[in-house]
Write a protein that binds this ligand. Structure first.
Ligand code: ADP
Ligand code: MG
Length: 150
């Protein structure tokens, strides 16, 4: 378990950019924390680092999902806060996301559809800033984190 202090929103974006370097097809990153914890900020940093062009990254608060064409695989950014039933995920193209990577805000809303193998990123307040904790779930992530964050 590792804690990272994020003094400003630039640090939150930078953590996203660091995670972009180790993201692979099939990955699921669950962004956890209260409203305002910095989940979308981190996702924005990750997505903009992955895409070569300066693309606008809107919060999927209302659309629930946004898709981006990454250089090697597509990337989906979910905000499931407004999802009422996990079974609605099928209509959002949930199954297709295995062809790429998925960043998921409010991941518990996915219920049984949330994969057991994933990276959990917990965000919480720390003074005026935030603190992040990276928690690998299942195989694979620990080694990759050790390489880049060790
Ligand atoms: N490390 C940080 N320190 C201070 N403010 C931050 C930090 N990271 C993000 N923020 C700010 O917190 C606010 C909420 O961020 P947001 O990413 O929308 O949260 P969430 O998606 O978790 O609801 C934004 O104004 C953002 O700039
Ligand atoms: Mg958000």
């Amino acid at each position: 378990m590792r804690y990272l202090e994020l003094a400003t929103d630039l640090d939150t974006r930078a953590l996203g950019a660091r995670l972009a370097l180790l993201l692979r097809r099939g990955d699921v990153v669950a962004l956890r924390g209260n409203l305002g914890a910095g989940k979308t900020t981190l996702a924005r940093g990750l997505i903009q680092a992955l895409l070569s062009v300066e693309e606008e990254v809107p919060s999927p608060t209302y659309t629930l999902v946004q898709m981006y064409d990454g250089p090697d695989f597509p990337l989906w950014h979910f905000d499931l806060y407004r999802l009422e039933d996990p079974e609605e995920l099928q209509e959002l193209g949930w199954d297709e996301t295995q062809a790429g990577a998925a960043l998921i805000e409010w991941p518990d809303r996915a219920g049984r559809h949330l994969p057991a193998q994933r990276l959990d990123v917990f965000l919480e307040n720390s003074g005026d800033g935030r603190r992040a904790r990276l928690e690998p779930q299942g195989e694979g992530w620990q080694e990759r984190l050790d390489e880049r964050f060790g």
